[in-house]
Design a protein around this ligand. Sequence first.
Ligand SMILES: C[S@@+](CC[C@H](N)C(=O)[O-])C[C@H]1O[C@@H](n2cnc3c(N)ncnc32)[C@H](O)[C@@H]1O
Ligand code: SF4
Length: 383
Amino acid sequence: MLTPPPLSLYLHLPWCIAKCPYCDFNSHALAGELPEGDYIDALLADLEVDLPRVWGRTLSSIFIGGGTPSLFSADAIDRLLSGVRARLALAPDAEITMEANPGAVEHDRFEGYRAAGVNRISLGVQSFDNEQLKRLGRIHSATEASRAIEAVTRAGFERFNLDLMWALPGQTIEQALADLEQALAFEPRHLSHYQLTIEPNTVFAARPPELPEEEIIWDMQQTCQERLLDAGLTSYEISAWAAPGQASRHNLNYWCFGDYLGIGAGAHGKITLPAKGHILRTRRKSHPRPYLKAQENGSFIAEEAIVPDEQLPFEYFLNRFRLDQPVPWTEFETRTGLDRERIAESMDRARELGLIDSDETCIFRTARGKRYLNDLQALFLPR
Ligand SMILES: C[S@@+](CC[C@H](N)C(=O)[O-])C[C@H]1O[C@@H](n2cnc3c(N)ncnc32)[C@H](O)[C@@H]1O
Ligand code: SF4
């Protein structure tokens, strides 16, 4: 039976000082002044649109992402979070994360963000190599990245994440390890270690940089993984590494097919509506200008669609199989509203191929299933 899973809130702040050449996020180089007050008003008006769909439910996490949310002042973030609290119940232990760019934050702002209720910072460091930072179009140096991390810890944030990228243009294994060493010196209890990917419609797609060869990338990955394990971190998802109990609750909710309101320019949401017997996906207008204008008549939504039943198994397993933890059958059944018999054929095939194992209570992804994740996910596509 379809049952509402935990509910999260994603708030998208779409501006950056400059657009990085590898980035395909919905982010726009800021031309002129940041429309800070207007945008916070728009976000709160936008939130009102989704409220009737989640009456009585409690938020377990909030993620303020971008773009570069740290362009916004602490007062603006305070007004945003106060506005959210006035409209929706927030769990007492709710995780509230905000992304920050080391080159776009005044360091005394972190105290203000914390006072506003933010309890976790995710810092886009990417590398500690000034040459690489330049190639990646970053607006900060390695020293500024280190200072930003110090400012985060000084402000009293016990939970913070560092984003690092690897397999960078011309990078050697030693250089990737040196980046990791510098990050680990700050004793982060969460680290996102992203392999650089060339995304369509980016500057790097138009003018591809020379990336390390496949074989080097494989060795780089093994070497970095060993170092991360050595530092007491484990990967709970392909790119996400955390100390025990430090996994991002917000991301775990996404990956376990939880619900999330997606508010802000281009944000995506997913809401379970048990009374109607379906799951709704939502998308907001992408460009900040029409999004801001939508405030006049509340027309923030660009698209809404019910997820058809035959698509639910793939949508559920797509992210769920990225996680190492076993899949309880009850989770599959309550979050998709489907009976386990509906996927019997795909399950048999996945078992035959050695990609999964299962018993009465859980489905277990095998080591082979982890290695051939795409093949495993594809078995659950609608036929
Ligand atoms: C929204 S950004 C983080 C906050 C802020 N905008 C910044 O860049 O500092 C999310 C993260 O995704 C990662 N990322 C973005 N594009 C990527 C790509 N093409 N390949 C790998 N990682 C990427 C970067 O590590 C980046 O920090
Ligand atoms: S600062 Fe972050 S969101 Fe903005 S363009 Fe660069 S990677 Fe993308």
